[in-house]
Design a protein. Sequence first.
Length: 304
Amino acid sequence: MLQLNINDEISPLKAVVLGIAKSSGPTPTIEEAYDPKSIEHIKAGTYPVENDMIAEMEAFRKVFEKYDVKVFRPEVLENCNQIFTRDIAFVIEDKLIISNILPEREKEVDAILHVLEKIDNENILHPPAEVHIEGGDVMPWNEYIFVGTYTAADYSSYITARTNKAAVEYLTKQFPQKIIKSFELRKSNTVAQDNALHLDCCFQPLGKGKAILHKNGFLVEEEYQWLVDFFGKENIFEIDAQEMYHMFSNVFSISPDVVVSERNFTRLNNWLRDQGFTVEEIPYAEISKQEGLLRCSTLPLVRT
């Protein structure tokens, strides 16, 4: 059996579910797309092709292999995009929470049943239907759980709003020993640079007390400032709108000292190395066209 253990974003990774790009299907229509960045590339004729995405994910898998991480993959569903496993489930402590995801994507959970079978049923949680929540909005961080939300009255009009107020209340009930700290995120159905699809699109805690932040991703300046104060301004790498658009904050920590990053993130990668991190650079620019990157592609199960 798998003994789940996730308390932060950086402890040494031992087991993970990495998404898969095989049989990801044809380019979706604009009506089928879930986010403004995908729509942008569909219109431009630059939406990523399957072979390129498979190659990028294989590069990611090889990094995990290098660090002796146990990698699970979803079963391949025909003509189904299964890259972003962070959306469908996430782990806090020894509990795996199944996301209440967009209805069109529910079958993606079936593709990881072979992993779920290795987990005690009592440690798999199924939130009620009114709890909208996706893993990209949830970050365990020691005594905290950071949660990206959108709670305005027009929530239902945003396909990019994925985690609601009921989710914060649910996590508070399930993890009473944790401090649930929520952040209102800026949403747009049409302009990718104005849309923080998930919390990890505008914020990422790192090892060594560092963090990546994008101020405009937050609707409430005081909530952004709370993070600045929490980590310390001198420890923060602030990214601009263009860097947020390219997903600079969606890197992935294999350990406190090792960060997997996109090879074109030159400014960020140089800063990370200056801070003493080992940076594993891989190609992931094609997958980023779907408004998701490295953290989105992973479902960590065990960190020690």
